[in-house]
Design a binder for this molecule. Structure first.
Ligand code: IPE
Ligand code: MG
Length: 297
């Protein structure tokens, strides 16, 4: 499990762990193409077509506090339950072959929440990253025994605002998982799509000022290269963007990157989002006619 077995699963508030070292990655396993194909075929549920799965799914995980309130619980309990929903989505993405998953964990605007909630979330993120990395580097992956093992973890957003221990944990996690390629998992923490666009503009302006670039050289591709989601241009734009809890907006998530994303909204609150919901979103995605503005006939 990605995130379980932690004492904090009981809902207790914990001081941030001092554990910042991660195990070294496992050696890569080799499987025959036939074994790989068999494993992959075995895990794809009926109704889903392997050849048209989204390469990149982005998700706005919303509704944790409402989920908790409905049960007479504090919002922290909703966030803990939300963590388990993310764990399940990561597991399913990995099993079904969705290669990139980006989860909106905490927005720039969320900093204005009560301090006790923000502090809880920061500690939660640190635990999630630590526990996840330990899991991502484990050798045994019974369902998908392929030569491309493991999950690569990244954090995007204004990390300078995060507690120093979380910054350090995130950096070490990125370093420890950088060679993994089974699933690219990005957590957007202190993220703002507008800020991402502004920081990309600033970088381009600096390059123009230092004469590395001329203004007329700037095109969409160069611009996208400066976004936080574009390390070395290897990050596909989201094909499918899911938002839970009945809210019908993007809320400043991946604004540039979602220009042609298919949107899927569900009333399900994030902690309840499970296999059936994810499958529904993917089946809906596969029913869409993606024309990208082009007339096909
Ligand atoms: C999403 O759930 C988690 C974060 C934004 C950190 P919320 O905390 O926004 O829950 P609701 O939307 O108020 O129910
Ligand atoms: Mg919300």
């Amino acid at each position: 499990m990605l995130l379980s077995n932690s004492p904090a699963d009981t809902g207790q508030l914990l001081a941030p762990s001092r554990r910042t070292r991660f195990p070294t990655p496992c050696p890569r396993a080799d499987a025959t193409p036939a074994a790989t194909a068999q494993a992959e075929a075995a895990v794809l549920p009926g109704g889903l077509r392997a050849e048209s799965l989204p390469r990149h799914v982005a998700v706005v995980m919303d509704g944790n506090a409402r989920w908790a309130r409905a049960r007479g619980l504090p919002s922290a309990a909703g966030h803990e339950a939300g963590r388990r929903a993310l764990e399940e989505m990561v597991r399913l993405s990995r099993a079904w072959g969705v290669g990139t998953l980006t989860a909106f964990a905490f927005s720039h605007e969320n900093w204005s929440r009560p301090k006790v909630e923000v502090d809880f979330l920061m500690r939660l993120f640190e635990r999630v990253i630590q526990d996840s990395v330990a899991e991502f580097l484990r050798c045994a992956v019974p369902l998908l025994f392929t030569s491309r093992e493991g999950i690569r973890l990244r954090v995007i957003g204004d990390t300078s605002r995060l507690p120093v221990s979380l910054q350090k944990t995130a950096k070490e996690a990125e370093e420890a998982t950088r060679d993994n390629s089974q699933l690219d998992l990005t957590l957007a923490i202190s993220y703002s799509g507008r800020r991402d666009i502004v920081q990309a503009c600033r970088k381009l302006a600096e390059k123009v000022q230092s004469k590395q670039l001329r203004p007329e050289d700037i095109d969409e591709s160069l611009f996208a290269d400066e976004l936080e989601t574009s390390p070395a241009g290897e990050f596909p734009y989201p094909d499918l963007l899911i938002r839970t809890s009945g809210e019908l907006r993007l809320s400043n998530f991946l604004l540039w990157q979602s220009a042609y994303s298919e949107l899927f909204f569900t009333d399900t609150l994030w902690p309840d989002f499970g296999e059936a919901d994810y499958l529904e979103a993917l089946v809906s995605f596969q029913s869409r006619d993606r024309r990208f503005g082009v007339r096909k006939s």
